[in-house]
Design a protein around this ligand. Structure first.
Ligand code: NAP
Length: 389
């Protein structure tokens, strides 16, 4: 008898449909092969973003929210946020409504990918980005508006701080409670997955009471795990504990290029994590191969790092790898580890066979790009061929 695995999905806008069409068969084949035909996916179609707005007049229909809440899981393509849609971004709103406070962005090199590094195989780390606070709270006022002038007046009159009246201003909140919650999640993940190190990435030398405090609170949490964490390089022969350290953000951008092998898990406030994950994606082939997950205590939503790339919509050229890898993270999260490994192995084999989409082909000599759908078919064909793991 077949056991069905229910997974709600949102194709997404723009080129979302292309990457979904190319990836669906890969996901189904991975589950089929991993469990000898005894398990199968039952997809639950949901809409959000532009498609939902056109059909229902709402960017995020109640039914979509209720279904994600019920199944506690979803995979989604990128969503375009129409201007004047009521909130800043559907994606940010989804993170907010389900309190998806952990953003997980693995950065792993697959053999055959183009890279500006001499030894890109050393790149294998995960960026964890706090997903709800920092400048993403969207507290800012436009230059010259009444609110901006009121705020500037308050700073001058009540705090004795003078800033130019023609300034736009923003507020960067980072709280102790959310930093503690986020750090605990990442440390628990590191213990469960036997990871080697956690590095806090901050700009605490300048932003002392936001990013500096983020670092301090993270260390405070780490000190509560003496049986698992060390703060200096472990003695020779004892590498069973997790090394906990920190780097100032600008240094970290250099470190990931020059010494990527020294890093394992990066614990970042929201904005640092955002910048760093795109910069790191460039080390391993670009946005087309950069997967992501947004995880909370109840719900998790898996999605590629990139946006809806509207100029490629419907052209069947975009790279679906980041979407496929987001699916691999989802399967691991659901305990379907074998399906997850089969997807990663098949992608690696396809790239090694020099079957790639336009974004990778343009950096590889003499390689002609294949269509998005063809890439999907080639990956599906390689599912379960000689396991690499
Ligand atoms: P984008 O959609 O990420 O595209 C920027 C560029 O990145 C593309 O033009 C393309 O570069 C490259 N790229 C992105 N995805 C790729 C893929 N799968 N394969 C190969 N190359 C890929 O960023 P954007 O144009 O700034 O944003 C478009 C819309 O997406 C906006 O409405 C934004 O709000 C939304 N967005 C949504 C999410 C999300 O849903 N989580 C995230 C970010 C942005 P080349 O032109 O060089 O080929």
């Amino acid at each position: 008898m077949i056991e069905y695995v229910d997974i709600p999905y949102i194709e997404g806008d723009g080129s979302g449909e292309d990457i979904w069409n190319a990836s669906r068969g890969v996901f189904e084949e991975a589950v089929n092969k991993a469990y000898n035909g005894e398990r199968a996916i039952r997809w639950i179609y949901l809409i959000a973003g532009q498609k939902a707005l056109d059909k229902t007049g709402e960017l995020l229909p109640e039914e979509t929210l209720n279904t994600v809440k019920k199944y506690k899981i979803a995979i989604k393509g990128p969503l375009t946020t129409p201007v004047g849609g009521g909130f800043r971004s559907v994606n940010v709103y989804l993170r907010h409504v389900f309190d998806l406070y952990v953003s997980m962005r693995p950065v792993r090199y697959f053999h055959g990918l183009p890279s500006p590094l001499k030894m890109p195989e050393k790149v294998d780390f995960i960026i964890f980005r706090e997903n709800t606070e920092d400048l993403y709270k969207g507290i800012e006022w436009e230059e010259g508006t009444e609110d901006a002038l009121n705020f500037i007046g308050f700073l001058k009159d009540r705090m004795g701080i003078a800033i130019s009246e023609d300034s736009g201003v923003g507020v960067k909140p980072i709280s102790k409670s959310r930093t503690v919650k986020f750090t605990r999640w990442v440390i628990d993940y590191a213990i469960k997955n036997k990871r080697k190190a956690i590095t806090v990435v901050h700009k605490g030398n300048i932003m002392k009471y936001t990013e500096g405090a983020f670092m301090k609170w993270a260390y405070d949490v780490a000190r509560g795990y003496p049986e698992h964490i060390v703060f200096d390089k472990p003695d020779k022969g004892d590498d069973t504990k997790i090394l906990f350290n920190d780097r100032i953000a600008d240094n970290m951008f250099m470190q990931v290029i020059l010494r990527p092998e020294d890093y394992d898990l990066l614990l970042c406030p929201n904005l640092n994590g955002d910048y760093l994950s795109d910069a790191c994606a460039a080390l391993i082939g670009g946005l087309g191969v950069a997967p992501g997950a947004n995880i909370g205590d109840d719900v998790a939503i898996f999605e590629p790092t990139h946006g809806s790339a509207p100029k490629y919509a419907g052209k069947d050229v975009i790279n679906p790898t980041s979407f496929m890898l987001s699916g691999a993270i989802m399967f691991r999260h659901m305990g379907l580890d074998r399906a997850s490994r089969l997807i990663e192995d098949a992608i690696e084999k396809t790239i090694q066979d020099m079957i790639v989409t336009y974004d990778l082909a343009r950096h590889l000599e003499g390689v002609r790009p294949v269509r998005c759908s063809i890439f999907g078919e080639e990956v599906a064909k390689r599912i379960g061929e000689n396991n690499l793991h």
